[in-house]
Ligand binder design. Sequence first.
Ligand code: PEP
Ligand code: MN
Length: 353
Amino acid sequence: MIVAMRPRATREQLDSVIDIIRDHGPNPVTTTTAGTTILITEESGTPELAAAVENSPGVDRVVIVPGAQRLTSRVFREEDTRVKVGPAGEAVFGGPEFVVIAGPCAVEGEKQMDAVADAVVAAGAVVLRGGAFKPRTSPYSFQGLGVAGLALLAEQRRRTGLPVVTEVVTPGDVEVVAEESDMLQIGTRNMQNFDLLRAAGESGRPVLLKRGMSATVEEWLLAAEYIMHMGNNDIVLCERGIRSYDRSTRFTLDLGAVAVAKRLTHLPVIVDPSHSTGHPHLVGPMSLAAASCGADGLIIDVHTDAENAKCDGAQALDEEQFTTLMRRLKPVVEAVERTLSTPRSHSHSLAEV
Ligand code: PEP
Ligand code: MN
């Protein structure tokens, strides 16, 4: 159950509502979101309890939410949440526009970033990706440039005008990553790192939350609850493939989960066709499939020298493949009554021609 208090509710009124709820079960969690004080219970809530709370002074709204979800549920908030990314909202997830994020798996150096950023801007990506802190399966693999990588990414933000998203792997780094980027990425391996989720919830930055490779949709949405109950509503979910018995693709892209998540939550959902499939020739078809099954966007690995990439080169599209994909994506996106988002600076310069 979720109880939203009136803006001018007093401390005493809040305490008396907490007392009523406590009589029926454990303490509710108190949070503030968009200036409203909200009480959230672990239990879905009963009509009797809801009626008792509803009639208490200072209460604005009581919502019984079935299942384990609370703030992320469509029952609590019916309309789609729009997540703005970038200082001027250069990218908006969850609205009429389909948003494409692209860039290398890892930030490797200035030359590499110049080349890849130019390629993705020219093809029409609206957000630049690039990992500075890389959670690698093997300790002997390239671990990322860390803070130096963040600076290289921030330099591309200045140069191209594109907002940037980058992964944060430990709560202690949330502050520096939030300072240097426009969106924090929480990867599949950290989806249930609850301290990291809480820290991201306090960061003031939008969060791209990837699905754990062995997580159910419910676990994924509850991970988003960890961020949201800290007062951060700017969450974009990302399906990136789950572990299955079949090794013909790197992971098994679960597009059914995209449709399920879109029904269960008001948060935007995007798809990573690169990490899920692991093969450039599968990235195109799965991108089109993602757009047609209701995803709000994509995050795609692009590299201009994939053979020498320090991370995940085998799945990266080159400039030509990415440009072709963006061209093919447009009519598919339009067939599902969306428009393909274009970079502001790019559309501006096109308008001038
Ligand atoms: C990534 O996007 O760079 C990444 C590591 O993805 P995932 O967490 O989905 O493996
Ligand atoms: Mn990768």
